[in-house]
Design a binder for this molecule. Structure first.
Ligand SMILES: [Zn+2]
Length: 277
């Protein structure tokens, strides 16, 4: 009896050792949610005027939306883009990011990283609410934001804490993706073209599969499908190359694109406060 007990105990200890050995090799749980209010959408717009440099979409009107996201990795949080500022005329969100995060019991202090796709106002408006977060942003975006005289269209003001050096920034070199948590589950992809240092975000979800959050590498489905380029983009060739890259990544990984400004892509993720896993 005593021997049996010892044997049984030994087996349990062995099982525990095996489990203890296997556990660290498993990636952390990763989940993704779309924060519902990152700006108030305007009326549908005629996309042919500014959003195609080849006059590809005569008569096509589309509903654009603003979007930002929260990623949970183990017990760490990351934001991807921060929507419009609460002071923005006409398009300001009705509820701040901080208040929306409070609904899932996440405080600004818990946000470890804020990834910013690019420097436009509709993606950067509320970053000043997260001064404890490390800013992940393309080097060329950061150079534009922190320039002595930022160019028009570069929404540098909310980055004051990072520009002054009170908050941490990690500018991401051109041509290098950033493996945010070091386990390959969340990767900032370099997708220049819309702006010089534009990025998109690849999130590898266990159940839903890989997802790319587009940033403004594309603005709507028709442009993505046809490799279309808005007339106001920084660089046409880079835009086309970035779209090609995203398509190839998603084909190889069997993933899903979420086009951040396209209202038709909202339903690809569950409704907040639910997370896609
Ligand atoms: Zn933009």
């Amino acid at each position: 009896m005593r021997i049996l007990t010892h044997l049984a105990t030994g087996a349990i200890v062995l099982a525990g050792l095996v489990a203890g050995f296997a556990a660290p090799t498993l990636a952390a749980d990763v989940s993704l949610a779309r924060i519902p209010d990152c700006g108030t959408p305007q009326a549908p717009i005629d996309v042919n005027q500014r959003f195609s440099d080849t006059y590809a979409f005569p008569g096509l009107k589309l509903q654009f939306v603003y979007s930002c996201y929260v990623i949970k990795h183990g017990d760490e949080y990351m934001l991807w883009d921060t929507g419009h500022a609460m002071t923005m005329p006409n398009v300001a969100p009705k509820v701040s990011l901080v208040d929306q995060l409070a609904k899932i019991n996440v405080t600004p202090q818990q946000i470890k990283y804020v990834g910013i796709s690019h420097y436009h106002a509709d993606h950067t408006g509320q970053i000043s609410s997260f001064p404890k977060a490390t800013l992940l942003i393309g080097t060329r975006e950061w150079d534009a934001i922190s320039a002595p005289k930022p160019a028009e269209g570069v929404n540098y003001k909310p980055f004051e804490s990072w520009i002054k050096g009170d908050s941490k920034v990690e500018p991401l070199p051109l041509g290098l993706d950033k493996d945010v948590f070091g386990d390959g589950s969340v990767i900032v992809l370099r997708t220049p073209g819309h702006t010089p240092g534009h990025s998109s975000l690849l999130v590898k979800l266990e159940q839903m599969g890989p997802v790319i959050l587009s940033g403004d590498a594309v603005h709507f489905r028709e442009n993505y499908d046809s490799d279309g380029v808005p007339a106001f983009n920084y660089d046409r060739a880079q835009t086309v190359a970035s779209i090609e890259r995203m398509k190839k990544i998603l084909a190889n990984l069997k993933g899903t694109i979420i086009i951040q400004h396209d209202a038709r892509d909202i339903g690809k993720l569950p409704e907040f406060p639910a997370f896609a896993k």
